[in-house]
Design a protein around this ligand. Structure first.
Ligand code: TYC
Length: 113
């Protein structure tokens, strides 16, 4: 716990000679790192399957999912969401398992933001 810092002018009779310790003025609220989940293009996975994946696992509307699928198809890769490490890891595992079960080579990965 941080020591309180009272804004009292010249509390130490500031002649700049005291050898006090430095005191933290900001609470340390370190946010957890975030991870981008990416979908990669390939030549074999059907477009409709990718659209379905984006709707099912990333909560997108059909229109949003279709648009993002086309972005991946044209550009090769796209970020589909940003999550905490555990959520990102779970999304990647669910997509990879779903693709494998349907025998599509769709790839889903994550990287630190
Ligand atoms: N390129 C695929 C096709 O033409 C479609 C596709 C889009 C595949 C996005 C993967 O992440 C992907 N059938």
């Amino acid at each position: 716990m941080l020591a309180d810092f009272h804004m009292m002018a010249e509390k130490d009779g500031d002649d700049d000679t005291d050898l006090g310790v430095a005191v933290d003025t900001r609470p340390k609220t370190k946010r957890p790192p975030l991870y981008k989940v990416l979908i990669l293009n390939d030549d074999y996975t059907p477009m409709e399957f990718v659209v379905h994946v984006l709707e099912r696992f990333f909560g997108m509307s059909h229109a949003q999912a279709f648009e993002l699928m086309l972005t991946v198809h044209k550009k090769g890769v796209a970020v589909v969401g940003v999550f905490s490490y555990e959520i990102a890891e779970t999304k990647v595992a669910m997509v990879m398992d779903f693709a494998q079960r349907h025998q599509h080579p769709l790839q889903c990965t994550m990287e630190k933001e």
